[in-house]
Design a protein around this ligand. Structure first.
Ligand code: AMP
Ligand code: GLY
Length: 442
């Protein structure tokens, strides 16, 4: 196999930094580019001034620079059809086609697929008329869940406790159009109770390589309170995903989805991520994502011993069977996200980040950058020094390994305490739920 591969990673978050970090460890790889990347990614890859959704420029670059494999982080560019465009020119790319990406880009598509192929999920109804949606809510009662059909940057789901709350969500989505066309159609579904987990696999539409289980923490504050965010932390493995439960999710959710898509004439290649609710009647699919999770990836990849590049390449070529049994580090990994003042609302930027050099010396700690940029200071030719500034809502993903979840939690938080920037905030209870599940399992 080619031992001087040139890889292009698309995206600029903590997830993409973790991907670059893991890809850089592959003996197959010679050079990594990222578009557009961030301050941290600039340390392992060459950052390009190309936006993550500018397919024409990405394609131009990949053809000109003879990129051997492109790895796509975010869902938006997948749903715009980047895989179809690259494939037309014979360029290898890891991710699903535009049609296959509908599994995330359209909740109606996804739920209808689940219903057709008997994948356990909450019962639902689809509406394209706000009056009818509100009538239905009144007749069925609360609680219920209101979901915008299209992509809404993780904000398109309202779990409503009252009829009034659910009807207001309908008004915001369908009349006020807060998500533009993404809210023209909505789903109203039953509210499920239980604990959530994420199950991610890599697939070539026939075989699957199962990634280590993980759980993220979506709310901004401790004890899962406050508004939803892109994710404030994660841990892997998720003790709630026992081997029996994993097999259940694979047999009843993951394989039926891949095979169902096959029957619809859709070849699904890339990461398939099932968000599941573990109810007292077993696991039910909440949603599918068509890409690596953020911040789950930051907690999963440091535990992966196999060569990720080999696996992604095999999946994109339809030859996953050769490498599907992945090798994992048994240790636990915990990721804590450090956020800017104001996040998840409007947030501050351009604050200097302190403590990164010190943390880089700590054993079994890795810091993945999300919203950072590099600045040259004392710029006198070769002697310029570099410093990192904040540039996003989620700034850093600090990741720690440990022999146990408890060990990983202790390790990561002692590193977090050494990092500082003005207005920095983070959750102090990442992994706590895993400790409870471990106690329950034992
Ligand atoms: P989704 O984007 O569909 O995963 O929804 C985002 C979040 O909303 C999930 O992680 C759950 O916390 C919650 N959620 C979605 N659907 C339901 C449901 N049917 N019942 C309860 N919570 C839900
Ligand atoms: N961690 C949730 C997501 O990536 O969608």
């Amino acid at each position: 196999m080619n031992s001087s591969m040139r890889i292009l990673v698309i995206g600029s978050g903590g997830r993409e930094h973790a991907l670059c970090w893991k890809i850089a460890q592959s003996p197959l790889v010679d050079k990594i580019f990222c578009a557009p990347g961030n301050g941290g990614m600039a340390q392992v890859a060459e950052c390009l001034d190309i936006k993550a959704d500018d397919i024409a420029s990405l394609l131009d670059f990949a053809r000109r620079e003879k990129i051997d494999l492109t790895v796509v982080g975010p869902e938006v560019v997948l749903s715009l059809g980047i895989v179809d465009e690259f494939s037309k020119y014979g360029l290898k790319i890891f991710g699903p086609s535009k049609t296959a990406a509908l599994l995330e880009a359209s909740k109606v598509f996804s739920k209808e697929l689940m219903a057709k192929y008997n994948i356990p999920t909450a019962p639902f109804k689809v509406f394209d008329n706000p009056g009818q949606a509100k009538e239905y809510i009144k007749s069925r009662g609360a609680p219920c869940v209101v979901k915008a059909d299209g992509l809404a940057a993780g904000k398109g789901v309202v779990v409503a406790k009252t009829i009034d709350e659910a009807q207001k969500a309908v008004s915001l989505m369908m009349e006020d159009k807060i998500f533009k066309d993404a809210g023209s159609r909505i789903i109203i579904e039953e509210c499920l109770e239980g604990e959530e987990a994420s199950v991610l696999v890599i697939t070539d539409s026939r075989d699957v390589a199962v990634l280590a289980s993980a759980q993220d923490h979506k709310r901004i504050f401790d004890n899962d309170s406050g508004p939803n965010t892109g994710g404030m932390g994660a841990y892997s493995p998720a003790p709630i995903v026992t081997p029996g439960l994993l097999n259940n999710v694979l047999d009843n959710i993951i394989y039926p989805a891949i095979q169902g898509l096959n029957k619809e004439g859709i070849d699904y290649r890339g990461v398939l991520y099932a968000g599941v609710m573990i109810t007292k009647n077993g696991p039910k699919a909440l949603e599918f994502n068509v890409r690596f999770g953020d911040p789950e990836t930051q907690a999963i990849l440091p535990r992966l011993k196999s060569d990720l590049v080999e696996v992604m390449l095999a999946a994109s070529e339809g030859k996953l069977i050769k490498v599907k049994n992945l090798d994992w580090d048994n240790r636990a990994c915990v990721c804590v996200v450090l956020a800017s003042k104001g996040y998840p609302g409007d947030y501050e930027r351009d604050k200097e980040i302190y403590g990164l050099d010190e943390v880089a010396q700590i054993k079994d700690i890795v810091v993945f950058h999300a919203g950072t940029k590099l600045r040259r200071v004392n710029d006198v030719g070769q002697r310029a020094e570099l410093e990192f500034l904040t540039s996003g809502g989620r700034v850093l993903s600090v990741v720690g390994l440990g022999n146990t979840i408890k060990g990983a939690i202790d390790n990561v938080y002692q590193a977090v305490e050494k990092i500082n920037f003005e207005g920095m905030h983070y959750r102090r209870d990442i992994g706590k739920k895993a400790l409870i599940a471990v106690r329950r399992n034992s």
